[in-house]
Design a protein around this ligand. Structure first.
Ligand code: ZN
Ligand code: ZN
Length: 128
């Protein structure tokens, strides 16, 4: 089987994503800065989560409203050596998230440690 002019080796792996501050459009993170975590791993710590038999509810609960990144240069409080503090945009000082070296819990229930959490609602997701 030969495909004439087969050009399957094009770069269709995945489109890189960058995250910008919604207010000033400054780039705050890119895909490679993202620290992934297992969704809903720590769900036993959510007391309100009962066996409701509703599969939709479970799906909704494991949705992450924020993303976690590695410590980066623009995180001034991190550079200053704080253990936990707000993450402010270097461009416009908007609060983009929060960090804690001791770890934080994602909305999906998973613990991330250390945690540099950015709120998705404060960011613009762009595809390069
Ligand atoms: Zn999560
Ligand atoms: Zn900004």
């Amino acid at each position: 089987m030969t495909e004439p002019g087969s050009s399957e080796l094009k770069t269709t792996t995945k489109s890189p994503v960058i995250y910008r501050c919604k207010k000033c459009r400054r780039i705050v993170a890119s895909e490679e800065n993202i620290v992934s975590h297992q969704h809903g791993k720590g769900d036993s710590s959510f007391k309100w989560k009962k066996r409701s038999g509703n599969p939709w509810e479970k799906e909704k609960q494991s949705e992450c409203t924020s993303l976690f990144v590695e410590p980066m240069k623009w995180m001034q409080a991190v550079q200053e050596g704080s253990v936990e503090d707000k993450l402010l945009c270097m461009g416009c000082n908007a609060r983009l998230g929060y960090f804690n070296w001791a770890g934080m819990q994602c909305s999906c229930g998973a613990w991330v440690n250390p945690a540099f959490q950015l709120h998705k609602s404060r960011l613009d997701e762009c595809y390069i």
